[in-house]
Design a protein around this ligand. Structure first.
Ligand code: FAD
Ligand code: DLZ
Ligand code: SF4
Length: 508
């Protein structure tokens, strides 16, 4: 009996568990570009283009490998518009009554597959190093789920940067050597870019016609859209940027959007690269003497540590996680996140880059756009919605824990032991943004004071009950309490005025 094998747009890996369980001589692969997936949030047009182009190329590869593939393009008149609809249509065509799927990376789609009138087997997504079960076992009985301990287990499990049972170099983590302030100049030309071929051009025209009005520039489009290109992009990063990845991981520069970052998250997340091959390439560069240990270890930690850890949290915490709001923040997302005018240079640069590239690096996401939303008390579900919409690498399993947990503290501290908030001083230390800003980062209050300086203390003051007892935050409260009482009043008043103006939709 023929079975259907579902391959989603972020499951483009030849070793996908659903394909491994299927039989290419009798089963039929179903792939579909569908309106429901393309519109459940208004994705960045570059993200839709990347997924559709990579899906089309993956379908061609599967056919070459002997699979029977029923592929439905978005503009096919027969398109049922949703994944369940397409499965039902193909079941009717083929007489199949059973679907083999790899569990999707989002509760929404898992639920839709569960409710189908066909038998759907949702298999573990084995493209991750830790299964959801492994993570549950690790989390069981622990009071705090700190990434660092999980990461050490992943090092032991993979053998990456291990010498016997000891971490290479004697330490698990070399962060004390990392995170230097922004360098004066950058000696890498940025990520590898690919000229669109005929398949990509056709998709770009389709996406332009259907989604051209969404936030985000579709063109120029330079992403890799098949595994061969993605591997070249990885090799380019390892050679040209990895050596300084650790040093400048947290730096931000007006004129250098990518610094020493890899720009491989979209490729990892849709299956063009595997986490293990990426980490093995970084370790090989270290072993060959081409990259220092702090860089290789820092990079590998992001992938087998953070990436695996946030996925574990997403599935452990359940479908309600995205609705958490531990700090009861209720403000609407300010218009400046959609490109509305702002004189804050750091935010303006991060949003502009996001619109143009569908990309901003980690510290821009965490300490600029995320920090500001948290300080301003924006409703975390609106923040979550924004991040899911604007980044090419955004899939809920990875986006939600980073936004709801790490960046907005809306999970009450499951991921972060304290909120990631900072005044303008941090942004000034790590970037050159403040030099060309309308506001003065050195001003704590009064005309032209940096809004981050005002909002930082406003945040701490309004959440005093919750955070004063936090061992990592006591110093901040002591500093605040030592300030002159009139200065404190002025700061709080000015922060309040700023927030009122923000709420009224004024350009700030
Ligand atoms: P690099 O800085 O070069 O890092 C290498 C790789 O490490 C990345 O490609 C990524 O796979 C992994 N990585 C690094 N940090 C994380 C992390 N915190 N969580 C998971 N993986 C990580 N990443 C996404 O893939 N999708 C998202 O939607 C996403 N949303 C984020 C939202 C916020 C508020 C924050 C703070 C972080 C978010 N991240 C997300 C994590 C991180 O910012 C991106 O993975 C990274 O910026 C991707 O760019 P890169 O490939 O150049 O990464
Ligand atoms: C993100 C996305 C988009 C834009 N379009 C499609 C699509 O048309 N067909 C498809 O199979 N998958 C698409 N995806 C990826 C899914 O939304 C993704 O599998 C889920 O969000 C789970 O991660
Ligand atoms: Fe951002 Fe403040 Fe610096 Fe301006 S002065 S760039 S608002 S941190």
């Amino acid at each position: 009996m023929t079975r259907l094998v579902l391959v989603l747009g972020d499951q483009l890996s030849p070793d996908l568990s659903a394909l491994a369980k299927a039989d290419r001589s009798r089963d039929v692969v179903v792939m579909a570009e569908v309106a429901d997936e393309a519109t459940y949030v208004q994705h960045h047009p570059k993200k839709i283009a990347l997924i559709f182009a990579a899906m089309r190329k993956f379908a061609a590869t599967l056919r070459e490998d002997g699979w029977q593939v029923r592929y439905c393009a978005l503009d096919d008149p027969a398109n049922a518009g949703s994944i369940p609809g397409e499965l039902l249509r193909r079941a009717e065509e083929t007489g199949a009554t059973e679907v083999i799927a790899t569990r999707p990376g989002e509760w929404r789609l898992i639920g839709l597959l569960d409710e189908m009138p066909l038998k759907v087997r949702q298999l573990e997504d084995t493209r991750f190093i830790a299964s959801t079960r492994d993570f549950e076992d690790w989390a069981e009985g622990r009071r705090a789920l700190r990434m660092e301990y999980f990461y050490r287990d992943m090092r032991r499990k993979t053998g990456l940067l291990m010498d016997g049972d000891q971490p290479t170099g004697g330490q698990w983590n070399y962060d004390h050597d990392n995170r230097k302030p922004a360098p004066g100049s950058i000696d890498t030309g940025g990520p590898m870019q690919f000229t669109p071929d005929a398949v990509v051009e056709e998709v770009l025209d389709l996406v332009e016609a259907r989604f051209g009005n969404s936030f985000g520039d579709l063109r120029p489009f330079h992403f890799a859209t098949d595994p061969g290109q993605a591997r070249r992009a990885l090799a380019h990063f390892i050679r040209h940027a990895l050596p300084k990845f650790g040093d400048y991981q947290d730096a931000m520069l007006n004129d250098h959007r990518f610094l020493y970052h890899a720009l491989i998250s979209p490729y990892l997340n849709i299956g063009l690269l595997s986490p293990l091959e990426v980490c093995q390439a970084a370790e090989a560069a270290y072993r060959a003497g081409d990259a220092p240990l702090n860089a290789a270890e820092g990079f590998i930690r992001q992938i087998i540590g953070w990436r695996e850890y946030v996925r574990g949290i997403y599935f452990l915490e359940g479908p309600e996680y995205t609705r958490r709001n531990a700090l009861n923040h209720q403000r609407g997302l300010p218009w400046l996140y959609w490109g509305g005018e702002t004189r804050m240079n750091c935010l303006s640069k991060a949003v502009q880059q996001t619109r143009e590239d569908g990309y901003a690096h980690h510290i821009q996401r965490l300490m600029v756009t995320g920090n500001f939303a948290l300080l301003a008390g924006v409703n975390p579900s609106e923040v979550h919605d924004w991040y899911l919409r604007v980044y090419v690498d955004a899939f809920e399993w990875v986006e939600a824990p980073n936004v709801v947990g790490m960046s907005q503290f809306a999970d009450g501290g499951v991921i972060a032991s304290k909120p990631y908030v900072s005044s303008g001083a941090y942004i000034n230390r790590m970037s050159d943004y403040c030099k060309s800003c309308h506001y003065k980062v050195s001003r704590k209050s009064g005309e032209g004071a940096c809004p981050f300086n005002l909002l930082y203390w406003h945040f701490l003051d309004r959440h005093r009950d919750r955070f004063e007892g936090n061992a990592r935050m006591g110093n901040m409260y002591r500093t605040w309490d030592r300030m002159d009482a009139d200065h404190r009043k002025t700061v709080l008043r000015e922060a309040g005025v700023f927030l009122d103006r923000l709420g009224a939709g004024e350009a700030v």
